[in-house]
Every structure is written in C-alpha cells, then in structure tokens.
Design a protein around this ligand. Structure first.
Ligand code: C5P
Length: 206
C-alpha cells in the first residue's frame, strides 16, 4: 500500500528542506518535481526560438543524469523552468513519471506547485508551504551566495516575485493551494520546527 504526501508552495518557502526531512523520517521516496522543469528549462537556454513542440520533445527526452546536474539551481535556469512550465505539452510529458513515482510502495513525497491539485489529487496528505516574500528572498539569496552566486538580494527578490506571479497566473496547473491542503506558514519558524510540524500533521493521517 502506498502513502503519498503532496507538498506545494511558492519558491524558497521551505518545501525542499521539509520534503527531504519528511521522506527521511518516514522512509519515503522523495521527488523534487521542480527539477524536472529546471532540467527542461536548462536545455532551452540559448535557443533563439522555442516552440511548445520542441520544449515537449526536450521533456520527453529527459534522462536521470539531466536531473543530477549541479547547474540547475541558478536564477536563470529557474526563470527558464517557469517559462517551459507554462506550456501544457511539457506538463503532459512529465505527468506519467510523477504519477508513477507517487505510487511507490515504500511511500512518496512529491514537492512542486501542482502536486495536490493535478498530479496527486488523492494524496493522503497535502501541505501548502508558504513564507513572506522577504523571508523567501533572503533564504534563497543566502543559499545562492553559499554556492558562490553573485546575485544581489534585490535581484533574487525580483526574480522570485516574478516567477511566483507567472506560476500563479498561468492557465495550466497554476500554483494554488488545494482545497484540502493544510497551510504551513514558515515565516517565523526555524526549519526544525517547520519539519516537526509537517511530520506531526502526516502522523495524524497515517
Ligand atoms: O521548485 P522550483 O523552484 O525548483 O521550480 C522551478 C519552476 O518549475 C517553478 O517556478 C515552476 O514554474 C515549475 N514547477 C511547476 N510545477 C511543479 C514544480 C515546478 O510548474 N510541480
């Protein structure tokens, strides 16, 4: 019997850290679905024109190695990811893989933007993780800086806000809180507290 946890929310709200910790705690498999869109987005950098068909083809051709690259976390790739993520044919290509992952017998945690709404509408637990714009921008800025990034806080904040606005406004699978998702606002939480609170919500549903 599988058990599925869906974690959605805007960029840098803490989804990734919470998902990893929850998966480790319960022994579940974890899929960061943003990596799929980042990997497709990265392949479109430098292309002069981009048709939906080409982008969908790139999505169809993704390999596990494409997801392991260490250059997927840049601001530029995130923006490219958000562009390809608005294309229905790209989302369609990536759907089956994500659904199959969610049914892993060991249990699965998937984090993204449309997990609770589109990919796993029947997930056992749905969380929508948010935090204030300022906190999210600062967290992402520190993260990028630690990896040697040189983007200013203002640039990181502007890029984050723009991406969230695009992700929330698109026609297909927009980022939104599922009606049955539990809201977890991590603005004033240190990460351990956020993780513990996610774990206790999940335990109650098991
Ligand atoms: O989560 P992350 O910031 O890595 O995601 C990068 C981009 O991929 C998002 O801004 C969004 O446009 C897209 N995405 C999506 N649906 C998901 C996960 C990510 O549209 N389930």
């Amino acid at each position: 019997m599988s058990f599925t946890v869906a974690i959605d929310g805007p960029a840098a709200a803490g989804k990734g850290t919470i998902s990893k910790a929850v998966a480790a705690h319960f022994g579940f498999a974890h899929l960061d679905t943003g990596l799929l869109y980042r990997a497709v987005g990265r392949k479109t950098l430098g292309l002069e024109t981009l048709s939906e068909t080409t982008a969908a083809q790139l999505a169809a051709e993704l390999t596990p190695t494409d997801l392991e690259r260490d250059d997927l976390r840049t601001v530029e790739v995130a923006q490219a990811a958000s562009r390809v993520a608005a294309l229905p044919a790209v989302r369609q290509e990536l759907l089956a893989f994500q659904r199959a992952f969610s049914k892993r017998p060991m249990g699965a945690v998937l984090d993204g933007r449309d997990i609770g709404t589109v990919i796993c509408p029947d997930a056992d637990v749905k969380l929508f993780v948010t935090a204030s714009d300022e906190i999210r921008a600062r967290r992402r800025y520190e993260e990028l800086k630690n990896k040697g990034g040189r983007d200013s806080l203002a640039h990181v904040m502007a890029a984050l806000k723009q991406r969230d606005a695009n992700d929330a406004a698109r026609d297909v699978a927009p980022m939104e809180q599922a009606a049955d998702a539990i809201l977890l606002d991590t603005t004033n939480m240190v990460i351990d507290v956020a993780v513990q609170s996610a774990i206790s919500v999940i335990k109650k549903r098991m």
